[in-house]
Design a protein around this ligand. Structure first.
Ligand SMILES: Cc1cc2nc3c(=O)[nH]c(=O)nc-3n(C[C@H](O)[C@H](O)[C@H](O)COP(=O)(O)OP(=O)(O)OC[C@H]3O[C@@H](n4cnc5c(N)ncnc54)[C@H](O)[C@@H]3O)c2cc1C
Ligand code: FES
Ligand code: FES
Length: 1315
């Protein structure tokens, strides 16, 4: 059949696919393929793999079994369009609009300051909206679950959760609760409080009757596409016949396995069979022996079904169900659980599967079906290994899954350890079951299965066999560990690395299971015939309360917290918005999806797309480039190489397009331009480049040092007499490693180039922090004057330094062909991560000389950063690193040296903090080490608080007292718990704002007043989510004494404000604010005579009069910049205009058996000296966001992984983990210190964009404190090399114990060298 014209509903409107494909399916997804088949741009595209939640929409379907409408959230990037037959889709546009009516979810997230760049916001809104559809008053746990699959890189999540919490049953957030109203609902539109039918009623049906019934047709529907045929049978019989006809065709359910495999591994299936309409696959039946669940049920449904059984049946029968439920809460995010089917999960047999190990130990059976009949096979080791004898036949399908009840004397448990608590694939996952002979602790049956430790789920059958008949005691534990390590072996070079960690988890999990079961057995009356001696531990202490903490899981709770700031002076005019916590100017538009990002600009007919061909070699000569095949492909317009560039091809040592040789994997060699993005990408694969490898190939800092491979001369600062000071004191010499960081801005790099027909003019819409740089680069590349090129930046979906330099490269390449009507380039997450580089990894060595009292007399630090293959910002980063490394300490004799290493990796670049977060970690590690040498660990706390007190006097009393009482509580906790340790740390911070050159502080603005009194403000800063436009209007409003409602900022454009400086270095609002102030003061001065003449007049009257009197209503404002300079030759200067001071204290709890850590029951307190904040809500947002990003840098964001050939493996949210909603500290307090005056800056405010990054290290040092306690207790040397990030792997291996000892094998070659 051709595609039915009205196939599904979008936002209550019947929709059909008037797509460029002429109504035919071509294997496309709802939003994955561009041009989007459905041009609703509110839904955002950030990863295309289901891992970030930016594309969340709600799907409503009629359930043929329950005959009810089911609403569930999905990630649109993985939803095949044909799977939506008969469904309704609600996107953020269908929820509310600033033009008509806002939904409370939208209004509250904006007013809670839950949006910064706004790129994640539509996804957040849709996750919460779907939750409310199903649960109008959700619990806080449900809220956490609903948002677990949504990533945000800007906010730190706290305000997002706070907005969601206002809907929760247990909320205490809103004073007006109980009256059905929330204080956040006032103002924007009166009707937006909850309660309307269309707001949250679960009975709400977005599907007309005939669509529901049409879905239930028994007819087979076939959608033919260009390359793919989608067949959706209406009956089981038809499905089985189709499976005979197309034995190789996969069944497609959630597409969460097939979809990502198609995207990342290029798996292609010409025929897809969709069993979604077959009700037999959704059936659930129960017997007295067990439960049968249809293979088509989603994992979310499975979770509900199991929860139902757990509540109905006695505990002993539901052991397997409970274990599965534990994993189902953590597996992926809510959207994936809604989409993924049980059958798809089992059949995918992913090695990391969370459910298969538990199902395997739980004696699950698979009910298979084919035209020939039915049969049952066990879900066992052979099935999981994919042995043909134990597998489905090509014509068979999995109909349902039978999970038997557990029995008395049987215990089942599940374990997993991942980088983050939620939305992260497990490093190791396990299911374990033991059955005892009745009334004894003698093992009758034992099953242990592991995921993550091989190519498939592994059952440790041999070990289990050998343990039968043994007592559940310490000798059995020892023997089991030995057997398991033998059987569940993992070769040293296993892909993914972390071999020792994984092997440690294998035995640590078993130990947890051992304790869990022991605890159960020891319950009064449980064991009747166990000799007491059998339970006595020989090596291992008797299970006492101290050891029980090994069994607890960290709960995911909604964080609490207080944000303190000073309210404005009571005499301040009401209209004057400066200092008030005003919502982000675009907040509501972010929440409704009406905020336009670069990629949302409407396309025109015949738009062209560009895709990049990148090097696959780390250091090689280009022998030949064969474009012939690529050029022959349909739709391909051209391939641009270096020879096509009319002007300059970048710098000699940093080419836009490679010439003759490549310096890293991921270097851009050429670019394909085609009519569709898919065509361009296909042509990329057909571009053949021959290379000849060159020597040397350098990846690590150590190798670069060995080869003297550096990008620039050494930078050095010295004061006092270091050598002499060292002679008189004790010394420590240590090394510190700090990993790099991926920017992971939610909006990947994108650019749109529109050539004009006249005078070589070009309009460029680009997501950048530095449009003037894009403009300049395009000008030199095309060899046309700068004045022909206009760069426009409306808003940027997060930059963090990653959009300072790189967008110019993309813009210049996209502009080369001058293609009409326009060409665009959007980097997929994979390419963005591959090409654009990130934060510099650092290796530091320090030598510190100190006295017994702890006083530091001399400090010598030498640092090396990995700059990658070109200079980029590496020299500047080295300089900043050196200049800022002293942090808040004062050391009289010091020597700081830094060098940027040249390696064959993509060039690293600017990143929030610009070297400060890496360098200061070295200094802080050194202070920690000295404190540890000089006395009890509390001493450092004392010393640091002294520093903090000096820095920020007024508020440290509180910090001090709670720090000391909490230190005692932590010690008490640690005494009582062997396997859990808490740690507490406080770090001081002195962050220098701005650039080390005066010319970089200049800024300009252009302010127009129109004859109706409305004001248009333009300035040189770019809106990256940091709220610069909001702050600029606050400044303009104060100066002109006109409400912000009269004012507007349209965009940043090189045509209105020329020669701008990158929005970076925390100084953007500050310097541009001064320029806006200047422009407004000029205008007001011109208006003064008119106002004087008619003081009672209105603003509009004065403007009208000014126009009549021919007074110019337009003015440019200019700020010449703060003085700053540095002479590196002399080692002298005054490099920064001013400093921001702050401190953070964090308390964490570490699970010594898994390495998991959580700022749980535990809190982070931050104090920051913002002086007189322009907008405390925005500033607190910056502090919380940068703290969270810093916490990611120092704890979860494992260094990017490369293969030994230098190929980046970490290419998306599944391989690279930024903090998720469950990582927010459980108590998160931020206080801005009472306002003080600093005459230098605009209204005495300070730039706070970056400083919070380093405060994230308080979590790192708290973890280090906890680990040190564990090591002391285990009698292992306290010192250990500081390696950031403190990932669960590093933490686990540092908490060395008998289990880590069992697996240590120094012969194992590392899989991924540390870069
Ligand atoms: C972002 C993300 C995060 C994830 N996180 C986790 C995680 O933390 N832990 C974890 O364990 N997993 C995780 N997964 C994997 C996920 O659980 C599986 O991809 C999912 O369960 C597969 O189900 P599906 O319905 O989407 O399968 P599909 O992709 O639709 O199909 C997968 C395969 O199953 C076969 N198949 C499906 N149904 C049948 C049937 N009835 N009979 C025969 N063959 C059938 C198909 O032929 C196909 O080959 C994650 C996936 C994503 C995208
Ligand atoms: S874009 Fe769909 S989940 Fe990231
Ligand atoms: S506001 Fe969440 S990613 Fe920017």
């Amino acid at each position: 059949h051709p595609l039915p014209s009205k196939m599904f509903m979008i936002n209550l409107k019947p929709s059909w696919l008037e797509t460029p494909w002429g109504g035919h399916y071509h294997g496309g997804n709802l939003f994955l393929d561009r041009p989007f088949p459905v041009r609703l741009t509110g839904t955002k595209y950030a990863c295309g793999r289901g891992g970030c939640g930016a594309c969340t929409v709600m799907v409503s379907k009629h359930d043929p079994v329950s005959r009810k409408i089911r609403h569930f959230s999905v990630t649109a990037c993985l939803v095949p369009i044909c799977s939506l037959y008969g469904a309704a889709v609600t996107t953020v546009e269908g929820v509310g609009s600033i033009k008509t009516r806002l939904h409370p979810v939208q209004e509250r997230i904006a007013k809670s300051h839950g949006t910064q760049c706004g790129f994640c916001t539509p996804g957040m809104v849709m996750s919460m909206y779907t939750l409310l559809r199903n649960h109008p008053q959700p619990s806080e746990e449900q809220l956490m679950e609903a948002l677990g699959g949504n990533l945000c890189r800007c906010t730190g999540y706290r305000p997002i959760l706070e907005s969601g919490r206002t809907f929760c049953a247990e909320s205490s957030g809103c004073q007006q609760k109980g009256r059905g109203k929330c204080c956040l609902d006032q103002g924007e539109n009166a009707a937006s409080s909850l309660g309307g039918e269309s707001d949250v009623s679960p009975g709400f049906c977005p599907l007309p009757e005939q669509v529901c019934t049409r879905t239930h047709t028994l007819r087979t529907l076939t959608f033919h596409g260009e390359r793919v045929t989608w067949i959706s049978p209406g009956t089981l019989k038809d499905l089985l016949e189709l499976k005979v006809k197309h034995p190789d065709a996969p069944l497609i359910l959630g597409n969460t396995s097939l979809g990502p495999a198609k995207k990342s591994q290029g798996h292609f299936h010409p025929v897809l069979l969709s069993p979604a309409r077959i009700s037999e696959l959704s059936m659930v039946s129960t017997t007295s022996e067990g439960l049968t669940i249809g293979a088509g049920c989603s994992l979310a449904q499975v979770k509900d079904i199991l929860a139902g059984r757990v509540s109905e049946l006695p505990e002993e029968k539901t052991q397997t169900y409970r274990a599965l439920l534990k994993h189902l809460k953590r597996l992926a995010g809510q959207q994936i659980r809604n989409m993924a089917s049980l059958g798809g999960h089992i059949m995918s047999r992913h090695c990391y599967s969370d459910l298969n190990p538990v199902l395997a130990v739980g004696n699950t059976a698979l009910n298979l079906m084919s035209k020939e009949g039915t049969r049952q096979i066990p879900l066992d080791r052979d099935f999981l290994a994919g042995l043909a004898s134990a597998d489905l036949k090509p014509e068979e399908i999995l109909e349902s899954v039978y999970i038997p009840h557990s029995q008395r004397w049987e215990f089942v448990s599940a374990f997993r350890q991942a980088q983050c608590q939620q939305n992260a694939l497990a490093d190791v996952t396990a299911g374990m079951r033991v059955l005892f002979q009745e009334g004894t602790d003698t093992i009758e049956d034992l099953s242990l299965a592991y995921g993550g430790v091989g190519d498939a789920t592994i059952s440790a059958q041999k070990s289990c066999q050998q343990l039968l008949g043994r007592h559940w005691n310490e000798p059995m534990l020892d023997e089991a560990c030995r057997l398991l390590l033998d059987e569940v072996s993992l070769p040293g070079g296993a892909p993914g690395g972390s071999v020792e960690f994984k092997r440690t988890l294998v035995v640590s999990f078993f130990f947890k299971f051992y304790l869990e079961v022991l605890q159960e057995l020891k319950k009064p009356g449980k064991l009747l015939s166990v000799p007491v001696s059998a339970l006595d531990g020989r090596h291992f202490p008797e299970i006492s309360d101290r050891f029980l903490s090994a069994l607890e899981d960290f709960p995911a709770t909604v964080p609490q917290g207080v944000q303190r700031y000073q309210s404005v002076d009571s005499h301040q005019a009401l209209q004057d918005p400066v200092g008030r916590p005003i919502m982000h100017l675009s907040g509501l538009k972010h929440a409704t999806g009406e905020a336009i990002f670069c990629d949302d600009i409407p396309t025109v007919d015949k738009e062209l797309f560009m895709a990049l061909v990148t090097s696959t070699r780390a250091h090689a000569k280009i022998i030949s480039v064969d474009l012939s095949k690529a050029l022959e492909l349909p739709g391909v317009v051209d391939v641009i190489t270096a020879e096509d560039i009319p002007g300059t091809n970048g710098a000699e040592d940093d080419r836009l397009l490679a010439v003759d040789k490549v310096l890293c994997v991921g270097q851009i060699v050429c670019a394909v331009v085609a009519e569709t993005e898919a065509q361009a990408k296909r042509a990329v694969e057909e571009t053949k480049i021959a290379y000849e490898d060159l020597e040397p190939v350098i990846f690590t800092i150590e190798d670069a040092i060995k080869h003297s491979s550096f990008l620039c001369p050494e930078k050095k600062l010295e004061q006092g007499n270091v050598e002499k000071a060292f002679e008189e004191v004790d010394q420590i010499v240590e090394e510190v490693h700090v990993g790099g960081q991926e920017h992971f801005y939610m909006e990947t790099q994108r650019v749109l180039v529109i050539p004009k027909t006249e005078d070589k003019e070009l309009d460029i819409y680009v997501s950048t922090q530095d449009p003037a740089h894009v403009q300049k680069t395009v000008s030199s590349t095309l060899d046309i004057p700068i004045n022909r090129i206009t760069c426009h930046v409306k808003r940027v979906g997060g930059g963090f330094g990653g959009k300072v330099g790189r967008p110019a490269v993309l813009g210049a390449i996209a502009a080369v062909g001058n293609w009409l009507p326009h060409s665009s380039c959007l980097l997929d997450r994979e390419d963005d991560m591959l090409i654009t580089g990130g934060r510099h990894p650092l290796f530091g060595k320090y030598k510190v000389g100190f006295m017994n009292s702890g006083r530091i007399r001399a400090l010598d630090i030498e640092c090396f950063i990995n700059g990658g293959c070109t200079l980029d910002d590496s020299e500047l980063v080295t300089e900043f690193l050196i200049l800022k490394m002293e942090n808040a300490y004062k050391i009289h004799n010091l020597r700081f040296r830094g060098r940027a290493c040249m390696t064959n990796l993509p060039s690293n670049t600017a990143f929030r903090g610009f070297g400060f977060p890496q360098g200061t970690l070295v200094t802080e590690s050194c202070i920690t080490a000295v404190a540890a040498k000089c006395g009890p660990s509390a001493r450092k706390g004392k010393a640091v608080i002294k520093v903090v007190t000096k820095l920020i006097k007024p508020s440290t009393n509180n910090l001090k007292s709670s720090f000391h009482s909490r230190r005692m509580q932590v010690a008490e906790f640690n005494k009582k718990n062997y396997w859990r340790k808490r740690g507490l740390a406080v770090v001081p911070m002195k962050f220098s704002v701005g650039f080390a050159a005066t010319s970089f502080h200049q800024a300009a603005a252009l302010v127009h007043i129109y004859t109706d009194g409305s004001v248009l403000v333009t300035h040189g800063g770019n809106e990256l989510g940091q709220g610069i436009h909001t702050k600029m209007l606050q400044v303009a409003s104060r100066e002109l004494k006109v409400p912000t409602s009269h004012m507007h900022i349209c965009e940043t454009s090189t045509a209105t404000v020329p020669n701008t400086i990158a929005t970076a270095a925390s100084i953007g609002s500050d310097v541009n604010g001064r320029a806006v102030q200047n422009a407004c003061q000029i205008l007001l001065k011109r208006l003064e005579p008119i106002i004087k003449k008619n003081p009672e007049g209105t603003w509009e009257d004065w403007i009208e009069a000014a126009f009549e009197q021919r007074i110019s209503l337009s003015a440019t404002g200019y700020f010449r910049g703060y003085e700053a300079f540095m002479d590196w030759e002399k080692g002298e200067g005054d490099p920064f205009p001013y400093y921001v001071y702050g401190a953070a204290s964090s308390e964490v709890e570490v699970d010594c058996l898994t390495g998991a850590h959580k700022v749980k029951k535990i809190r982070t307190d931050i104090v920051m000296d913002a002086c007189c904040s322009l907008n405390p809500a925005i500033d607190i947002g910056q502090i919380e966001g940068s703290f969270t990003q810093g916490m990611g840098l120092y704890t979860t964001e494992e260094e990017l992984k490369y293969s030994p050939e230098g190929v980046l493996y970490s290419r998306g949210p599944d391989d690279y983990k930024i903090p998720t909603i469950t990582d927010v500290p459980e108590e998160f307090n931020v206080s801005l210190l009472p306002s003080s005056q600093t005459p230098l800056t605009i209204y005495s405010s300070k730039g706070l964009g970056e400083s919070g990054m380093f405060l994230g290290s308080s979590v790192f040092f708290a973890i280090a404190d906890a680990v040190a306690t564990a090591r002391r207790e285990r009698d292992i040397a306290e010192d250990f090399t500081v390696r950031s990030p403190a990932t669960p792997e590093r933490v686990r291996m540092a908490c060395a114990d008998r289990f880590t000892e069992m697996v240590r094998d120094s012969r194992l070659p590392p899989w991924a060298p540390p870069f």
